[in-house]
Design a protein around this ligand. Structure first.
Ligand code: GLN
Length: 478
């Protein structure tokens, strides 16, 4: 059998009911039977099994030597480097590329005895909300395989949802961990910008990107965050402020909290009726438990998406200039001069969505338009940041839907990128402001599709955010 939490895994291991090797074998079976969902790009079957056996031996010799993540089987989104293993960001341009070093987060997982079982699909360079922009084809939602799993960390969410691993690391630039978590009925968490090192995370938009955690429970998110957070000499934006230490058990007794929500968000024209009703129902439950939940004004809601897509495409156009056919990745077979090497390698290697964003980003940074678009969007970001933090000084948390709708059909948004961009309306704010946020499953709609809710807290207040989240009734739908 497979276990749904780190604590049940640890109990079973310490009571001798199972071994790491057995746990890995069980996950490998589930991975095999879930192939139709197209979750894994590569399964590290033999290697994971060998590592599990070594961990079992170490544990037998000295149970006290077990690391904090002993026996935790983890998958990695295909944008996170693991030395000697392939990493391609779901893109043809990196096919065949192997990581030269491991991400700091991965090194920290391994140092605490976690087992990496494979790398999972994602939108190309994490650009998307459905997993459909991957060169490996779409991942399917296990709740209904005709639906998208969300994105860009869609396969990370399905990997947990379908029980192919205990935990998955994803990345979140504008909601890529939280929105798929909501679509798949699992917990998805994005930390404060600077909480987890970005060293070894393939860059999309560096001032927004953070590694995030997907799991079945808030407690497991906290356990992983405790291991992978903290300063890193390889990432100058990684903060030393207030190291995260789990005090969930102590904090859980909780005092009641003050929560803000935006009326304009709940009454937004894009909101699905069932998501709205369940969100309102959840607000009533929170009030009944003694929490204060109040509407506050937020005048920038409709500026979040335009500013985000100006800034992230600008950063992406710069970050992705390194894929030039010369240094690594795909090189065209068909070039007569250096200019053609660049042009054809990039034309052949990148997919449509990535090209669209590189062009948009190049445009908003170009001499004649810089002030009108890029500089203006930076100013808008500052306003959103300041106003968000001002609210979070008066309230403990901001409550939002995680997504205005449940998962949609595969192919449904393919021809309408703007509609898809607009669907990020509730998740992008946390990245614009750099604050931590979590998506938690609260139920299903009438078609059986998961619905999630989201909470944001002020910077570096993960302990409070996770302790509060752990006290909420969660509906894991897997
Ligand atoms: N859907 C958003 C985008 O396409 C978010 C992606 C992400 O967080 N990586 O940019």
């Amino acid at each position: 059998m497979t276990y749904k939490s780190l604590s049940s895994t640890h109990t079973a291991l310490s009571q001798g009911q199972t071994t790491c090797a057995n746990i890995v074998k069980n996950y490998l079976e589930v991975i095999n039977s879930a192939r139709h969902l197209n979750i894994y790009i590569e399964v590290f079957a033999e290697e994971a099994l060998q590592r599990a056996k070594k961990l079992d031996e170490k544990f037998q010799q000295n149970p006290a030597s077990a690391g904090k993540l002993f026996g935790a089987v983890i998958s990695l989104k295909d944008v996170i480097c693991y030395e000697g293993h392939g990493v391609t960001a779901g893109s043809k341009i990196l096919k065949g590329f192997k990581s030269l070093f491991s991400a700091t987060a991965v090194e920290r997982l391994l140092a605490e005895d976690a087992i990496i079982i494979g790398r999972v699909n994602c939108d190309e360079f994490a650009m998307g909300s459905t997993n459909e922009t991957s060169c490996y084809g779409p991942t399917r939602n296990a709740a209904d395989p005709s639906k998208v799993p969300g994105g860009s960390s869609g396969a990370s969410a399905v990997a947990v949802q379908a029980g192919t691993c205990l935990i998955s690391l994803g990345s979140d630039t504008g909601g890529s961990v939280r929105q798929p978590a909501a679509f798949c009925g699992v917990v998805g968490f994005k930390p404060t910008y600077g909480r987890i090192s970005r060293h070894g995370l393939l860059a999309y938009a560096s001032s927004f990107d953070q590694i995030g955690i997907l799991a079945n429970s808030v407690a497991d998110v906290a356990s992983v965050l405790e291991v992978i957070n903290g300063p890193d000499e390889f990432d100058a934006t990684c903060s030393a402020e207030l190291p995260f230490r789990t005090k969930l058990a102590a904090e859980r007794e909780t005092r009641t909290t003050k929560i803000a929500y935006f009326e304009a968000a709940l009454h937004h024209p894009g909101m699905d009726g069932e998501v709205k009703n369940q969100t309102l129902g959840f607000i009533e439950k929170l009030k009944a438990e003694g929490h204060t939940v109040e509407p506050v004004g937020f005048e920038y809601l409709d500026y979040i998406i335009p500013a985000y897509y100006v800034l992230t495409t600008a950063e992406a156009s710069s970050n992705l200039s390194r894929y030039d056919g010369i240094r690594f990745g795909h090189r065209t077979q068909d070039a007569k001069n250096i200019h053609e090497v660049y042009k054809k390698s990039r034309t052949e290697g990148f997919g449509t969505e990535v090209k669209r964003r590189i062009m948009l980003g190049t445009f908003v940074l170009s001499a004649g338009y810089y002030d009108a678009y890029y500089a203006k969007a930076q100013q808008v970001r500052r306003l959103i940041h300041d106003r968000t933090r001002e609210i979070l000084q008066r309230y403990d948390f901001i409550l939002m839907p995680a997504s205005p709708t449940p998962a949609w059909n595969i192919g449904e948004m393919a021809d309408d990128p703007v509609a898809m961009y607009l669907a990020d309306i509730f998740t992008v704010q946390a990245n614009m402001a750099g604050v931590p946020a979590i998506a938690i499953p609260i139920g299903k709609n009438s078609a059986g599709l998961p619905i999630g809710i989201q909470f944001m807290a002020d910077k570096f207040r993960e302990v409070e955010l996770l302790a509060f989240s752990a006290s909420l009734p969660i509906h894991i739908t897997a």
